[in-house]
Design a binder for this molecule. Structure first.
Ligand SMILES: Nc1ncnc2c1ncn2[C@@H]1O[C@H](COP(=O)(O)OP(=O)(O)OP(=O)(O)O)[C@@H](O)[C@H]1O
Ligand SMILES: [Mg+2]
Length: 259
């Protein structure tokens, strides 16, 4: 079945470069330790990400990729360092719940669909954070599932779908509330090569059509090569960045930043 545009109301445009170079994320010295400091998952990461970038994060297992994504997604708190979202400090007074509900979309390797809810119900889950009516939620989920080519599976259950189809449902769900950032942690990690290519094409199309900022963790250099910027990590640090931020000016934090 042909896959329709993700959101017809959004202009399709060249996404090869971040539009106005607005800083969506700025991190300085971001660190995370576990086990009382024995495990240094992230060690002083400095990073600037501009709105509209499609960033692939690569590196060996255990190098801190998921930790970085989890800190950016406020699923975990840093032990040290500063982190800004659109110039606002992500600290104890930052509303992480609203940020996760309205600004971010998440896609995980293991899909994380709810098995006892139908496909269309799964896609509607994040919409319960909005004040949309049941009809609006249904229509939005329907539109999203059409856009990922799953119109005929609306009332099916996740266990009835292939891995690739499940991940397409998860991608549809991640877009439910029109997030400005998509955080994807190895979204193709559990998929065969054909399904992986399918899901990657979908993510690339989302980026192109919506100019959404994407941070995608992957082990697969072929997947990473489709992003506009590649960040490589090792031992909790960024060791290379095709965006050229390594060794350049550190991020600037506003004077009134309380952190
Ligand atoms: N909740 C936790 N408790 C203790 N250690 C943790 C925790 N989460 C992550 N770690 C450790 O932090 C380090 C970085 O983990 P992280 O999950 O970020 O790696 P990764 O690069 O995503 O690896 P993979 O490619 O295998 O997913 C690893 O040594 C890991 O064991
Ligand atoms: Mg990981």
């Amino acid at each position: 079945m042909p896959i329709s545009p993700i959101m017809s109301s959004v202009a399709v445009s060249d996404s090869s470069a971040p539009a106005a170079r607005l800083r969506i994320f700025e991190a300085e010295g971001l660190s995370k330790t576990y086990d009382g400091g024995r495990i240094q998952a992230l060690q002083g990461v400095d990073l600037i990400i501009h709105e509209g970038e499609f960033v692939a994060i690569l590196g060996p297992s255990g190098c801190g990729k998921s930790t970085l994504l989890n800190l950016i997604g406020t699923l975990e708190k840093p032990c040290a360092g500063m982190f800004l979202y659109r110039g606002r400090a992500v600290n104890d007074s930052f509303d992480g719940q609203a940020y996760r509900a309205h600004d971010l979309g998440f896609v995980f390797q293991a899909f994380h669909l709810l098995p006892t809810f139908s496909v269309i119900e799964n896609v509607q889950m994040p919409m319960f954070e909005t004040n949309w009516t049941a009809k609006e939620r249904y229509q939005r989920a329907n539109e999203l599932l059409r856009s990922v080519g799953l119109t005929e599976r609306l009332n099916g259950f996740p266990t009835q779908l292939s891995g690739g189809e499940r991940q397409r449902v998860a991608v549809a769900r991640s877009l439910a509330n029109r997030p400005s950032v998509l955080l994807a942690d190895e979204p193709t990690g559990n998929l065969d090569s054909i399904s992986a290519a399918d899901v990657m094409s979908l993510i690339i199309r989302i980026h192109r059509e919506q100019r959404i900022t994407i941070l995608l963790v992957t082990h697969d250099p072929a997947v990473a090569s489709r992003a506009s910027r590649e960040i490589r990590m090792k031992d909790g640090k960024i060791i290379s960045d095709s965006g050229g931020m390594i060794g350049l000016a550190r991020p600037h934090f506003s004077e009134e930043d309380p952190q």
